[in-house]
Design a protein around this ligand. Structure first.
Ligand SMILES: *Cc1c(COP(=O)(O)O)cnc(C)c1O
Length: 364
């Protein structure tokens, strides 16, 4: 029995007919870019989150980039973010000319640590960019209070947290912008690249729309140098089919997580879920001092596992010019040495979880 990290084929087989039907309709409509399906998806996702505006873009990275830019952040500005995330979070800030300023993470949730944000704020700070890592919401109550006190914007990186919530309020609806990725392996994933920005300010939303379409608000008038970052109809159609099932998919992930926890929490550190938080387990990430041995045993048994993330962003070669060094963010650094993400997807079988747990427990 081999177990992959995600099994996109199983999910596709369950929704195949509906997907073929909607793709055929789109192909026959001959409207392929920014048409009625994109608008329908934008409206559905805005409603689901209780926000006013949604703008479909070409990727999660672009969602972050265009959101930061539309909020007027750029050259000379600073954006506070987590060093324990996918590289795109910092890349998107750098694209605008602004500088990512890292702040260490909380040991329990692995999210940006609110108690360390204020000491990183300078005159140049314009925004806080929390990442809801692995599907657990960042502490938005405390982050919002700090942002309010210092008059900063909030841009949420929700690439891993579609459907996650804090007291019933969904991630992506707390900040000035909520940025989502529809990369195939995300909780709501298309069959290619895609992304979306959620906003409550119609003016900023309009600016994101302008930026995604060559800096144009219509008819070959270009008010700024923008980008080609549009969501296509086929991706939107596929995402509409999956959107109907997103709560079911997330609920299934939560059930798998509960079983992992029951079987594993005696021998390794299992992901935590704070009271009032709904974790959507984009990843099921355990921590152990015997991480490498666990991974080796899993590999020997044809079971996939991945270290997300082996190198925190402040130690990445590409951002060496920012001048960080080892030791700057001890929690993120230690976390990188101990984490291991196990197979997690809605269709993951209980027998696979039991087998994985046996191997992990034996390795420890
Ligand atoms: C996937 C991901 C992104 C980037 O999304 P793409 O759609 O691949 O561009 C950004 N941030 C985080 C935390 C991610 O996991």
């Amino acid at each position: 029995m081999t177990v992959p990290m995600v099994d996109l084929k199983k999910q596709f087989n369950d929704i195949k007919e509906e997907v073929f039907e909607i793709i055929t309709e789109i192909l026959e409509s001959s409207q392929y870019i920014l048409g009625p399906r994109v608008r329908e998806l934008e409206n559905k996702i805005a409603d689901y989150h209780g926000v006013k505006e949604a703008v479909g873009v070409a990727s999660g990275t672009d969602a972050l980039h265009l959101a930061v830019e539309a909020l007027g952040i750029g050259d000379g500005d600073e954006v506070i973010t987590s060093p324990f995330t996918f590289f795109a979070t910092a890349e998107a800030v750098l694209y605008t000319g602004a500088t990512p300023v890292f702040v260490d993470i909380e040991p329990d949730t692995m999210n940006l640590d609110p108690s360390r944000i204020e000491e990183a704020i300078t005159e140049k700070t314009k925004a806080i960019l929390p990442v809801h890592i692995f599907g657990h919401p960042a502490d938005m109550d405390r982050i919002a209070a700090i942002a309010k006190k210092h008059d900063l914007k909030i841009v949420e990186d929700c690439a891993q947290s579609f459907g996650a919530a804090l007291r019933g309020r969904r991630t992506g609806s707390f900040g000035d912008a909520g940025c989502f990725s529809f990369y195939p392996s995300k909780n709501l994933g298309g069959f290619g690249d895609g992304g979306m920005v959620l906003l409550n300010d119609p003016g900023v939303a309009d600016d994101v729309r302008m930026l995604r379409n060559h800096g144009s608000r219509g008819a070959y008038r270009h008010e700024s140098v923008g980008f080609n970052s549009r969501l296509d109809e086929i991706q939107a159609g596929i995402l509409l089919v999956k959107m109907k099932r997103i709560d079911e998919y997330n609920e299934k992930r939560r059930r798998k997580a509960a079983l992992y926890r029951e079987l594993l929490c005696g021998s390794v550190e299992c992901p935590m879920e704070r009271p009032d938080n709904l974790h959507v387990y984009h990843q099921y990430t355990i921590r152990s001092g015997r991480r490498d041995e666990i991974q080796k045993r899993l590999r020997d048994n044809d079971i996939s596992s991945v270290v997300y993330y082996p190198t925190p962003l402040h130690l990445q070669e590409a951002v060496g010019f920012l001048g960080y060094k080892k030791g700057d963010f001890p929690v993120a650094e230690e976390t990188s040495e101990r984490v291991l993400s196990l197979p997690m997807y809605p269709e993951l079988e209980e027998a696979s979880i039991r087998r994985i747990a046996d191997i992990v427990n034996n390795a420890v």
